[in-house]
Design a protein around this ligand. Structure first.
Ligand code: DCP
Ligand code: MG
Length: 640
């Protein structure tokens, strides 16, 4: 266990409090990629549990709260004897630790939703599951499934406070007695004895709750509130809400003596773009900018390369907090003119934090063990693979793993897929191939040609990484605008006609549903997501190299009055956006893809109380100017 990465050593609870001694837990999903589950597993291990990799070795099956019985049914069949084990949701071990006893798992709050009661289960379920399992195939007539899936003597209810103290009291029967209850698999079937330690005499250990609460709230702050949450785009939080630590690093304030200077400034003095920028403002990442080739000739290039690979691993698993931490640490390393060799040197720099030790490890050993473990972890590989399917987020990837799917073929043949996922799978290779710059231009030209026929006053601008000068792009972000427009609805008829025509021509191949909340789409129908294919006649290279590759394209309607703000947003990169948005916030303003707003009042938790008044929307340069950010050409907006 714990092979994947080196972590701080477990702090084993004192012997008497190792309530899970002799028990073994199998988690569904059985990985610790998600920080909340990682903490849960860690706490359980500190209380004596054995975390097992194989279902058939487990006494308890601990299921993520977001999963239903249907989600896990396939995986349960990996072990013909699963029904003899304790099947509970993730709250169960937490409550046991909290109450320092093995609580009754039969309580409704630990139930996996949709679990059939014994009466509902088909009588031959066990036989069927045996047929699925090679190891069990010799057993011609398996013994009938035990009627009780869970321990028979419920004693402690963590729910009802009105029970008598004898009912509420509980103790696990002695370990030796439990050994006698072991089934043929050698798994201890926990049993419970009434009496010994009344709950009232058991001081609850709330520390586990506190730690989990903190962990969950940190994840919420990064837009990754739980294992299955895909972060939504917010109106003025285009890349999700900001975490306190992140605010420090995005603004690079860790290197400043004056931690929160904006607190002491008046709004008018902060909004003044004419005078010299105050030192605190200079430290914002958006003020520094960056170019795409910044790693060339950098003395830390090798270290950056390895950190980048680690970042890619975290990107695959959607670990937003670490993604940002690595990006910001990399950004700092890129600006160094000398090689950073020791953790101490690294720690003295802004935005590095705990990554300092990793930098030293890379420099001194030429490797990063954590990366090697990550690359080796089969579970992580599968989740990473599933996340590469267009339209698949953390929720779906983990559910599929929990359902027992391991390969793309498993998904194609056995999973329930929506349209986006079907397309994502069918065109997996195409959609995971970056688009060469020349092809982006050729594709955009096709759209421009048709657009000009429909309305020659419409202007099309390629945004995203292309506008920042990237050699290749993940997709085409095409901004559509027109002089004299002040609302996206004025452009909607054009978009409909454009999409119809391009679809008829065979250029657009499929429309895809947006997979986020579209909170920014208040006008409705302001964007189109889908795929396109370059016709052979428009292929910029030699004909022999042409292949009809499906490419992702986003067409975004932007009224002229909002063009400047939209250009900032759709040019990115995302770290630049987050930083400039944060800077606006610190100056009492608000920046989103529609404009820069002033006089924004924010209440507790930095929640805005009013929308503010529009200061500028149409002119990109003016927005920079009002914010006091020196103009950065799009190719200078590569941050992190
Ligand atoms: N964007 C953002 N925050 C996000 C996602 C996007 O600020 N969480 C902005 C900045 C991006 C732009 O939208 O540059 C386009 O998003 P893409 O995902 O298409 O990113 P890029 O075009 O930058 O990269 P790629 O080449 O991978 O498409
Ligand atoms: Mg893009």
């Amino acid at each position: 266990m714990g092979k994947r990465k080196k972590e701080a050593p477990l702090k084993l609870a004192p012997e008497a409090r190792r309530i899970f001694k002799d028990l073994s837990f199998f988690y569904i999903p059985n990985d610790d990629i998600n920080p909340v589950r990682r903490l849960q597993i860690r706490k359980a291990r500190e209380h004596g549990v054995m975390w097992c990799r194989k279902l058939d070795e487990a006494t308890h099956i601990i299921v993520d709260k977001k999963l239903t019985y249907t989600d896990i049914e396939r995986q349960l069949q990996d072990d013909p004897k699963w029904s003899e084990k304790v099947l509970v949701n993730e709250n169960y071990p937490i409550d046991c630790i909290k109450h320092r006893v093995i609580v009754n798992p039969n309580q409704s709050q630990y139930k996996i939703s949709g679990t059939p009661t014994p009466a509902e289960k088909p009588a031959d379920e066990t036989e069927l599951s045996h047929l699925d399992n090679d190891d069990a195939s010799l057993e011609l007539k398996p013994s009938r499934r035990k009627s009780a899936r869970r321990p028979r003597s419920p004693v402690l209810s963590t729910q009802s406070r009105s029970q008598s103290s004898s009912q509420r009291s509980i103790a696990l029967i002695s370990s030796s007695k439990r050994q006698q209850n072991k089934g043929v698999t050698g798994n201890a079937q926990p049993a419970y004895a009434q009496d010994e330690v009344p709950l009232s005499e058991q001081p609850a250990d709330t520390s586990v709750d506190d730690e989990l609460t903190q962990c969950i709230s940190e994840m919420k702050a990064t837009g990754n509130s739980d294992l299955f949450s895909d972060s939504l785009m917010d109106d003025d939080d285009p890349a999700g809400p900001l975490l306190t630590d992140e605010i420090e690093v995005l603004s690079d304030s860790s290197s400043s003596d004056d931690k929160r200077p904006w607190k002491r400034r008046t709004r008018s003095s902060m909004g003044n773009s004419k005078g010299k920028n105050p030192a605190w403002q200079e430290k914002f990442i958006c003020m520094k900018g960056g170019t795409k080739d910044h790693t060339d000739n950098n003395p830390n290039a090798e270290t950056i390369k390895v950190l980048q690979e680690m970042l890619d691993q975290h990107t695959l698993t959607g670990d937003d907090f670490r993604i940002r931490a690595y990006r910001l640490a990399i950004a700092t390393l890129r600006t160094q003119s000398k090689k950073i060799c020791t953790a101490e040197e690294a720690r003295a720099l802004p935005n590095i934090g705990r990554i300092a030790d990793k930098i030293e490890e890379i420099v001194t050993t030429n490797r990063l063990r954590q990366l090697e473990y990550a690359l080796d972890d089969p579970q992580r590989k599968i989740i990473g693979l599933f996340l590469q399917i267009y339209g698949v987020g953390q929720i779906q990837a983990h559910k599929w793993v929990a359902q027992g799917f391991r390969t793309l073929d498993d998904l194609k043949n056995k999973a329930d897929l929506n349209t986006n996922q079907k397309i994502g799978l069918e065109y997996f290779d195409d959609l995971n191939t970056r688009i060469p710059r020349q092809e982006v231009e050729a594709l955009a030209d096709c759209v421009k040609e048709t657009a000009a026929i429909i309305d020659h006053n419409v202007e099309l601008i390629i945004g995203g990484s292309y506008r920042r000068g990237a050699d290749n792009s993940g997709d085409i972000d095409l901004i559509v605008t027109k002089k004299g427009t002040s609302s996206t609805s004025q452009l909607t008829p054009f978009l409909n006609q454009l999409v119809d025509t391009l679809t008829r021509e065979g250029f657009l191949t499929i429309a895809l549903a947006a997979h986020h909340g579209d909170a920014d789409d208040t006008d409705g129908g302001s964007k189109w997501h889908g795929c396109c294919v370059l016709p052979e006649s428009a292929f910029p290279g030699p004909r022999s190299e042409y292949r009809p590759i499906w490419r992702r394209i986003d067409i975004l309607l932007v009224p002229q009055t909002e063009l400047g703000a939209a250009l900032i947003y759709f040019t990115g990169n995302d770290i630049f956006n987050r930083s400039i948005r944060l800077l606006a916030q610190k100056k009492g303003m608000r920046l989103n893809q529609r404009g820069l707003f002033g006089n924004v009042l924010r209440g507790q938790g930095n929640i805005k109380v009013n929308e503010g008044t529009l200061l500028e929307g149409r002119d990109e340069k003016k927005i920079f100017e009002i914010l006091g950010v020196r103009w950065r050409e799009p190719h200078e907006r590569w941050c992190g």
